[in-house]
Design a protein around this ligand. Structure first.
Ligand code: C2O
Ligand code: CU
Length: 466
């Protein structure tokens, strides 16, 4: 029992806290500047809950969950070797990045999965700025559910002026009383209902009580939902966050409707948070998305001394990214219908058959198991498309398309106000959503629900661009 050990632990947790919360701008640069940087997924033990609880056995990148934040500049070329130290195959998918198909990290479809002990080098240019993230695409409900994910932040060439640029990667864990991860992955109940919603939410890898702020500060808060299934609906008491980017893509700055920030799995949202309250004050950030499951995520705690006496009135709108604009007049239209799940009904199939086959969710009548199948749609490269997506189920689904971003142009027939670019769009039960995009990136791309239990029980397809 040495004093050193305690000192080391303390330093390590301090570093980890700094990387995640306050010093997001410092550590990650070093990560990428380090020529030996590698992502190493492997088992690890971490302190997720408070000190009175034992460490939790997780799967983590470089022994961190979330993994090391990767922070680069728009236009940079990234080279990220991944060395698999798990006991099973894995891949890394850089969610939301418009990269070449061979770098997309989809097992069997775009690459051979990385065997235990094996290595794969991902290399691509980041054309667009914004908030992204990385996670495995192999056995993803379990690999993400055990802790594998990390932030990928691409800075604008000319960033907006803020006092602090902070990322909160939100994870949702299903822990037992001994703080260990419950092993009930892929159970039928989760798959047929709203997925693996857990019981412990962490911000940058631990349950946090407070987030320290100062009066007069302007914070850019990048929210990333790294949960398997939990949708967040966050309210910031006493504050009026403004949304400046969705899924990394700039949007006209606006307050979210009802002041509530709704973030489904895999979605990101960049907020401008002006800290306009008085020194010493304290406010709750509450998640009230699921009825009856409201809890306090974290408290904003104002320091006793102000940062400055007023918040600067500098512009907060971000410069646009590089997506080509879809031409709605010439766009070809396709319908995509989602069925299945409890209370969803799927033609002649009853729930018992669905459970038995593992096919619970259907896209245009097909449930895809595994990552390889004939494309559900084949699109001509360079052409504009509108997908009319109909959610005929009783559940929420965040639908994600790889390799592209799309504009969300209507909901239930009404044009959207901001025509937002997204790569993951949350559909309410029975909702119809239209998205438009130019199919400009050749290859076979996954299109799936990002509730990972839905994805693994059929809610997935391949869209081919040739
Ligand atoms: Cu976040 Cu198919 O990916
Ligand atoms: Cu779903």
């Amino acid at each position: 029992m040495s004093r050193n050990r305690i000192a080391d632990l303390t330093r390590r947790s301090l570093l980890r806290g700094a990387a995640g919360l306050a010093g997001a701008a410092v550590l990650p640069r070093q990560v990428m500047a380090n020529p030996d940087f590698k992502l190493i997924p492997k088992p690890a033990k971490v302190k997720l809950v408070d000190k009175s609880n034992p460490d939790t056995a997780v799967w983590a990148y470089n022994e961190l969950t979330p993994g090391p934040p990767i922070r680069v500049r728009q236009g940079d070329r990234l080279k990220i070797p991944v060395e698999n130290q798990l006991a099973e195959e894995t891949t890394v998918h850089f969610h939301g990045i418009r990269l070449p198909n061979a770098m997309d990290g989809v097992p069997h479809l775009t690459q051979t999965p990385i065997a235990p002990g094996g290595e794969f080098v991902y290399e691509f240019v980041v054309h667009d700025a914004g908030t992204y993230w990385y996670h495995p695409h192999q056995n993803s409900a379990e690999q993400v559910g055990r802790g594998l994910c990390g932030a990928l932040i691409v800075e604008e060439r000319e960033p907006i002026r803020v006092d602090r640029d902070v990322a909160w990667l939100l994870q949702d864990w299903r822990l037992q009383p001994d703080a260990q991860i419950s092993n009930d992955f892929r159970n039928m109940h989760d798959m047929a209902h709203n997925g693996r919603v857990g019981n412990t939410v962490t911000v940058n890898g631990s349950v946090r009580e407070t987030f320290a702020v100062r009066s007069g500060e302007r914070i850019r808060l990048r929210l990333i939902n790294g949960a398997n299934a939990r949708v967040f609906g966050l309210t910031f008491a006493g504050h009026r966050p403004r949304v400046i980017a969705l899924d990394g893509q700039p949007v006209e700055p606006h307050e979210p409707s009802d002041g509530r920030v709704v973030l489904a799995p895999a979605m990101r949202m960049d907020l401008i948070l002006d800290m306009a309250a008085k020194p010493g004050e304290r406010f709750q950030v509450v998640d009230n998305f699921y009825r009856g499951l409201t809890y306090r995520l974290i408290d904003l705690v104002y320091a006793d001394t102000p940062y400055r006496d007023h918040i600067p009135d500098t512009p907060i709108a971000l410069a646009p990214n590089t997506m080509p604009e879809p031409d709605l007049n010439s766009a070809q239209r396709h319908e995509v219908t989602f069925n299945g799940g409890m209370m969803g009904g799927m033609g002649g199939m009853n729930m018992r058959d669905m459970m038995h086959s593992g096919k619970i969710w259907f896209i245009n009548g097909v449930a895809m198991l595994g990552h390889v199948m004939d494309p559900m749609l084949t699109l001509a490269r360079g052409r504009s498309y509108v997908l009319t997506m109909k959610n005929e189920t009783a559940w929420w689904h965040p639908m994600h398309l790889h390799g592209h971003a799309f504009r969300v142009i209507s909901r239930n027939g009404a044009p959207t106000r901001y025509r937002e670019w997204q790569d993951t769009v949350l559909m309410a039960p029975r909702e119809t959503v239209e998205v438009a995009f130019v199919a400009d990136n050749p290859g076979d791309w996954m299109f799936h629900c990002h509730i990972l239990e839905h994805q693994e029980s059929g809610m997935m397809g391949v869209i081919r661009v040739t």
